[in-house]
Design a protein around this ligand. Structure first.
Ligand code: SF4
Length: 311
């Protein structure tokens, strides 16, 4: 049998649930402190939250209605009956606790839903939110997707994230202290990154306590502030080619602890909203085939260069 080049999140899910579970994105109508004026009204430089909302994920519909529509779509397309409700839009732990609880319980009660995946910002994980999640996790599986994006404070500042690395690592710690699985989200190719950022990000991820990591490359999405800046001065931005990004991911995987699982490497921005870079014909499966082939060529695998941080 050929050597496993990296741990897939799908294997983690399979070992826990005995099979594949389909994510249904839902929009609970939450906002974001980086958009509503609490921290900023500008948002992250690259943000256009509409770019990752499918047709059934509509805040005008109730959570139940969205799950009905999404469930019917995935049942017809992939014949699946087991789901995760995926709270994806904006910062999905950013609301009064009573509202959060009501939305999460509505999703948890929908037939076929076996867990909640909740995407949020690190500064929207408080002690109160952590307690709520801990209590709910007694009855339903919960995983948090934490948008950290970079482990470099200068980069976080340049993209107007309005939080720093310390806050991000504290959020992971808080969630892990109550045994909530955490998936870290990172972007590669952000303005101001150092050449070794992927190795460094892999080492910090490895020591953070996170269970999973989701990566994608910087994309210029229509409607974002970055799109305006890029269209005015494309020469100021150095976007990865497909081969360059694959090599960045290889570096990340090689420096990552063998205990962590990798969720995905490509984000699905609809092509009519994507300005650059365009990786023609490359979906997640095609990307992973090329990634595996490059890992073999470089004689790399997950953990090949891993060194535990002493902290
Ligand atoms: S935290 Fe998320 S929703 Fe908020 S501005 Fe940034 S990318 Fe957009």
């Amino acid at each position: 049998m050929s050597k496993l080049l990296f741990n897939r999140a799908s294997a983690w899910i399979k070992s826990r649930f005995g099979g594949r579970i389909q994510k249904i994105p839902v929009n609970a109508g939450f906002s974001c402190p980086n958009l509503d004026g609490t921290l900023s009204d500008q948002g992250c430089l690259y943000c256009n939250n509409k770019s990752f909302a499918p047709f059934y994920s509509d805040a005008q519909l109730s959570i139940t209605e969205q799950l009905q529509k999404g469930g019917a779509y995935f049942a017809a397309r992939y014949n699946c009956q087991r789901f995760f409700a995926y709270f994806q839009s904006h910062s999905c732990t950013y609301a009064p606790l009573a509202i959060l609880k009501q939305k999460y319980l509505e999703a948890a009660g929908f037939e076929g839903v076996e867990g909640l995946i909740i995407a949020t910002r690190p500064d929207c994980i408080s002690a109160e939110v952590t307690s709520l999640l801990r209590d709910l996790a007694h009855t339903i599986f919960i995983r948090i997707e934490l948008g950290i994006e970079s482990f470099d404070d200068r980069v976080l500042s340049s993209i107007n994230r309005c939080h720093n690395v310390e806050v991000a690592l504290d959020a992971v710690k808080m969630l892990k202290s109550v045994d909530i699985p955490v998936s870290i989200h990172l972007i590669s190719g952000l303005p101001g990154e150092q050449p070794d950022h992927m190795a460094k990000a892999a080492r910090i991820t490895s020591s953070s306590g996170a269970d999973m990591v989701k990566l994608h490359h910087l994309q210029i999405v229509a409607g974002s502030r970055l799109a305006e800046l890029y269209l005015d001065h494309p020469e100021h931005y150095r976007l990865y080619t497909l081969d360059e990004y694959i090599d960045k991911v290889c570096e990340f995987i090689a420096n990552l602890s063998p205990d962590i699982h990798l969720d995905r490497f490509i984000s699905r921005v609809p092509i009519n909203q994507l300005i650059a870079p365009i990786f023609k014909g490359i979906d997640e499966a095609a990307f992973q085939r090329q990634l595996e082939s490059r890992l073999r060529e470089l004689n790399l695998y997950q953990g090949a260069k891993f060194v535990a941080l002493n902290c």
